[in-house]
Design a protein around this ligand. Sequence first.
Ligand code: CTP
Length: 415
Amino acid sequence: MSDAATLRNRRILLIIGGGIAAYKCLELIRRLREKGAGVRAILTAAGAEFVTPLSVGTLTGDKVFRELFDLTTEAEIGHIELSRSADLIVVAPATADLMAKMAAGLAGDLATTVLLATDKPVLIAPAMNVRMWNHRATQRNIEQLMADGIGFIGPNEGDMACGEFGPGRMAEPAEILAAIENHFSEFAFSGEQPLKGLRALVTSGPTHEPIDPVRYLANRSSGKQGHAIAAALARLGADTVLVSGPTILPDPPGVDVRRVETAREMLAACEAALPADVAICAAAVADWRVDVDASQKIKKEPGASAPELRLVENPDVLATISHLESGRPELVIGFAAETEKVIEHAIAKRKRKGCDWIVANDVSPETGVMGGELNTVHLITGGGQEDWPLLPKQAVAERLVRRILTHFTEKGSRA
Ligand code: CTP
């Protein structure tokens, strides 16, 4: 659980790479120190073009490490010692260049030498232009780094400093902080897997409903919440299937990911993934699809009026799973995305859909929940309502998974 004690006396070695997002590291250092963590920083040569050693050093309260062959430092504290003295290494921003060097095992400067020489866990927060992120070389490096056990935080999708839009924006300090806390959380730290043997099914992301071969109906869901839930379940040992609509998110480690496009495909993939002990429907499934999906691109004929699209209702994945006569998961959890009367609508939705718990969240545009990092939710169970504070989506996932653990533990102890 993300609480203040999680970071007390933890030692974080922060490697600051060269990207405009480096300024966010100053806020990150401040927040880490507020929570009682010790932070040492390595600033790469490119990183120093964006933030000054003076700002970094003032916030860490320590020397800022910059040179591989710094005689004073090597005498006092060498690169091996730098990694030895940390509980966790965090690279933020992790540029395309730094990631490529890590994937290739290069060690040409202090940052890469420490990363190659370390046996400590490493989390990276990538930040780069969308085309660099999508480039095959970067995608190859991502796969390699994941296979090497490197943890990823983000990147996010959004407006970029370079004026483009897409995946590649560095995660916000609150999100990086949550990932670090999560790393040190009780179970993650002990490696304990209290959900071992539990089968979980999670839906995530939007669905895309085709209009013709090049156009589709969709919504703004990023999939962050569903993916974070699947990751948290797998981390605690649950055998987890994630049925995901189209997202730019990397597959969470240890999760069996099944990618789909449409609501109908999502339902079929969920049915194929059953039986499960717990099902969590976090996907923003499109309620409607176009009745006829044109086999050829609809042409804009000169002078002709705009085509009329007739919508038909999609199957409801959550309601279908909740109402299964045989093989219904013991615990079915839905989400209620509401823009007004959040609790009232969520309570009615829980009844209507037949699920056991519902996580209500306010998705009105001013909250920035859709596609954003933070979420304020209310958990509605048969026994009542819990109001959770504003939390990063990862922390919401952790908390929900703890509640699931409690549910199955209490049930086990009653049996
Ligand atoms: N859901 C689903 N299949 C659908 C629609 C929704 O599985 N075709 C699930 C979502 O994953 C979520 C819950 O139902 O867990 C509620 O989704 P939401 O969009 O809030 O509700 P809707 O059913 O779409 O109702 P409304 O749009 O009227 O609020």
